[in-house]
Design a protein around this ligand. Structure first.
Ligand code: CAA
Length: 422
């Protein structure tokens, strides 16, 4: 994003869609012989979404996309750009986005592609869409950006309690109803590190877990430094003026670590336990970050959508009867392992509270069905072979799935989907 953008390009509509099953983190801890406190308090996770073989990156993206369009009364014909950010694509060549384009019945006159940079992919797409609109190339049309991922580390790994799955769709426009992005207060960061990756031959991510946390925090410092240098008026980035701070949330505790580092970067020094600033930082976390991490705590890591799931959690809580006055400044930080990161400011639009109920995924989350640990492990095993050609048909009815779009198996090397326009 550059300083030439009109001030109001931003997020006009949002929606989340996730799997219809979950596993309880206490059950998972007990099955792994771990004190539940480690997963519940140590990582901050309460439940973890578990997809069936019929719920893949495409089907979740299409469901979230349709919900964002319908929920905010946007005609699919208004979409001139579709980007799906994902690190769990379904083909080495063909983008998830083109399947989604078909399932949503979008216009052929649409720029459509997939972005990949671990959990930063959707933020990269969002930035491209903002630039597209600001450059005047959209000709009045909107962009649909969808983050969709399935986080899998495998049974018994250190990463297992930080799995999850889901998709967040966002419509970007020049007259956003939810969040305007401040193009002048943004920073970027890139560095080659091997903290988390997924080789071509593996369905499961590999991670150097503790190193990945350090890389995330260094990337936050780097992106903030870039934003400060570019912004011209660093006081605009001051944490004290932020209404809320949103971070990439691989697990809830990570947001606490990030907010701590955010304050350290602002003060220009480390804040050790017992430091005079430590209590203020903890209070700032409780008021600016913690209240909107409930969805992340029950969905788990959704990789590139995690940051935006926290934003949905914030927006769904705005009070439509007594909405907060004026535009509210917030910060967003996206981290993608490998690594790339971006920091930017946004302003929650004065009328955003009117849409709180439309983007609240809580009713759907409340309908999810709980799996015991053997059933969750069986589900992971069932997903193992689901991408193979001419394997048994993936049948959504076998799991009583209620959603709109499903992967139903690969025939003659071609993936098949059910639902939507065809
Ligand atoms: N009660 C309460 N807390 C407990 C506890 C108990 N009984 N036992 C342990 N804890 C606490 C620990 O003190 C620790 O807290 P702090 O970090 O505040 O010290 C926390 O629980 C986790 O304990 P460990 O560090 O011992 O856990 P671990 O070594 O098993 O692994 C992990 C944790 C590294 C996050 C691992 O789950 C992992 O590798 N996850 C995948 C990688 C990842 O998510 N990285 C995040 C940054 S990279 C990124 O963001 C991109 C992305 O999406 C992947």
């Amino acid at each position: 994003m550059t300083g030439t953008h009109p001030p109001h390009v931003g997020i006009d509509a949002m929606a989340f869609h996730g799997p219809e099953h979950y596993v309880d983190m206490s059950d998972l801890a007990r099955a792994r012989g771990v004190d539940p406190g480690k997963f519940l308090q140590g990582l901050g996770q309460r439940q973890m979404a578990v997809p069936t073989p019929c719920e893949d990156t495409v089907s979740m993206a299409a469901a979230a996309g349709r919900r964002a369009l319908r929920g905010f009364d946007i005609d699919p014909a208004e979409i001139g750009m579709l980007i799906v950010g994902t690190e769990t694509g379904v083909d080495h060549s063909k983008p998830v986005a083109v399947y989604v384009h078909d399932l949503l019945g979008l216009s052929e006159r649409c720029r459509t592609f997939e972005t990949k940079h671990a959990c930063y992919g959707a933020m990269a797409g969002l930035t491209a869409a903002v630039d597209w609109i600001a450059a005047g190339r959209a000709r009045g049309r909107k962009a649909l950006i969808i983050a969709s991922d399935i986080a899998r580390y495998g049974v018994g790994t250190a990463g297992e309690p930080t799995q999850g799955a889901g998709a967040v769709a966002m419509v970007i426009s020049a007259a956003p109803r939810l969040l305007a992005l401040d193009a002048d207060a943004a920073g970027d960061y890139t560095r080659q590190v091997m903290d988390f990756w997924r080789p071509l031959y593996s369905k499961y991510a590999l991670a150097d877990g503790h190193y990945s946390i350090a890389c995330y925090l260094d990337a936050l410092s780097g992106a903030l430094a870039d934003a400060r240098d570019k912004c011209g008026a660093p006081e605009r980035l001051a944490l004290a003026s932020m209404r809320a701070c949103f971070y990439h949330v691989p697990f809830v505790k990570m947001a606490r670590k990030a907010h701590h580092r955010h304050w350290e970067a602002e003060l220009g020094r480390a804040i050790a336990p017992g430091d005079a600033a430590a209590a203020a930082v903890a209070a700032s976390y409780e008021s600016r970050v913690a209240p909107w991490l409930d969805l992340n705590a029950v969905v788990g890591n959704i990789y590139t959508g995690s940051l935006f799931l926290a934003l949905i959690d914030y927006l769904r809580r705005l009070d439509p009867v007594d909405p907060p006055a004026g535009d509210l400044p917030v910060s967003l930080f996206s981290y993608g392992s490998g690594c790339g990161a971006a920091f930017c400011l946004g302003r929650v639009q004065a009328g955003a509270a009117r849409y709180a109920a439309r983007l609240d995924p809580q009713p759907a989350l409340a309908r999810r069905r709980k799996l015991d640990v053997p059933a969750y492990e069986a589900m992971l095993a069932a997903c193992e072979a689901a991408d193979e050609s001419d394997h048994a048909v993936a049948d959504p009815d076998a799991w009583q799935l209620e959603g709109d779009f499903f992967y139903v198996g690969t025939r003659d090397h071609v993936r098949r989907y059910r639902g939507g326009t065809r």
